[in-house]
Design a protein around this ligand. Structure first.
Ligand code: SF4
Length: 324
């Protein structure tokens, strides 16, 4: 019965997908809409107390997300569902059963300590950037990686996120008419969210490399150490506050406010005494993070992008005035 807490489990999805539309309650339909809206607004979802409603509203929410076909929403929704599952998994006894149901080979060694085959570990941890997930920092036992319960939950979260993202990436063209009304409401919510995102608040004339990093963070991707450093030093250099930079990172799956605050304060010079500049364009190129556009001509550091662009715009305005 407790497995109903995990509505994404294939056997539950299979069982409840077959319910005729006429048997769905208004409450279940409404819960599905709320589920998607909450994922957009808060980046998590709340489970209803009724187990069946949880599964049914999850299935309907997936149909809604898939039919909207927006990549940002797909990522945000899948991450929100996976984060909610993680909250349960990290403390509960059913972690092994859930792992088995989603096809991850986890074994309990002693109470609180688990192992996972090396190949599985490498596959599931590849998008997690924290140093402690690097293989050199792990303990290996006979080709298996030793993990705590919380770490197993984190890997399962990654698996759940990627599977849900795959499911909501399926093209859905004709959705039931009763869901269509919700789709427009959700689209509005989505646009509101996108507008209020960090990019809106920083103003225009942002170099393409930084836009790319911000978009990846906002859609819930874990970015590399170099990307974190580049965007933090760039934003601080553009006069953004420590709080504003931290709020950008809050969409990351591994967001740890204390750690992020320390890193941002360090880069801003508040605790290190040295304010770091963003990497030069040459360095960004060697990291594979440069996505040069017209505005990048002649600049050596992303921080020059805005000033150079403003100058060019002024000159071109003057030129057009002169020409008549
Ligand atoms: S040239 Fe510089 S500013 Fe432009 S995208 Fe590359 S790294 Fe960014």
């Amino acid at each position: 019965m407790t497995l109903f807490k995990y509505p994404f489990l294939p056997k539950l999805v299979e069982k409840y997908s077959g319910i005729p539309i006429s048997e769905l309650s208004a409450r279940e339909i409404n819960l599905a809409k709320e589920r998607v809206i909450e994922s957009i607004r808060r980046g998590v979802v709340s489970y209803p107390s009724d187990y069946e409603e949880n599964v049914v509203s999850y299935i309907l929410a997936m149909i809604i997300v898939a039919s909207i076909g927006d990549q940002y929403l797909r990522r945000r929704y899948s991450l929100a569902e996976a984060k909610t599952a993680y909250r349960y998994l990290k403390d509960e006894e059913d972690i092994l059963e859930v792992a088995r149901e989603i096809g991850v080979d986890v074994k309990e060694r002693n109470r609180g300590s688990f192992t996972i085959p090396l190949w599985e570990y490498l596959k599931l941890s590849k998008t997690i950037r924290d140093e402690r997930w690097k293989l050199v920092n792990r303990t290996l036992i006979n080709g298996n990686v030793l993990l705590s319960r919380r770490e197993v939950a984190r890997l399962l979260m990654e698996k759940i996120r990627s599977e849900i993202e795959e499911r909501v990436s399926v093209k859905v063209e004709n959705i039931p008419s009763f869901l269509e009304n919700w789709v427009s409401e959700i689209k509005l919510e989505l646009e509101k969210r996108k507008k209020s995102e960090f990019k809106g608040r920083i103003g225009g004339r942002i170099p393409p490399c930084m836009i790319r990093i911000m978009e990846r963070i906002k859609s819930g991707e874990n970015v590399s150490h170099q990307e974190r450093f580049a965007i933090t030093s760039y934003l601080i250099g553009r006069g953004k506050s420590v709080e504003e930079v931290i709020s950008l990172f809050s969409s990351s799956p591994d967001f740890d406010e204390k750690k992020t605050r320390y890193q941002v304060l360090h880069i801003s010079g508040e605790i290190s005494g040295k304010r770091y500049s963003p990497p030069s364009c040459d360095k960004m190129r060697t990291f594979g993070l440069c996505y040069m556009d017209e505005g990048c001509k002649g600049i050596r550091n992303p921080l020059q992008y805005r000033g150079v662009k403003i100058d060019r715009e002024r000159r071109s305005k003057k030129q057009s005035k002169r020409e008549g």
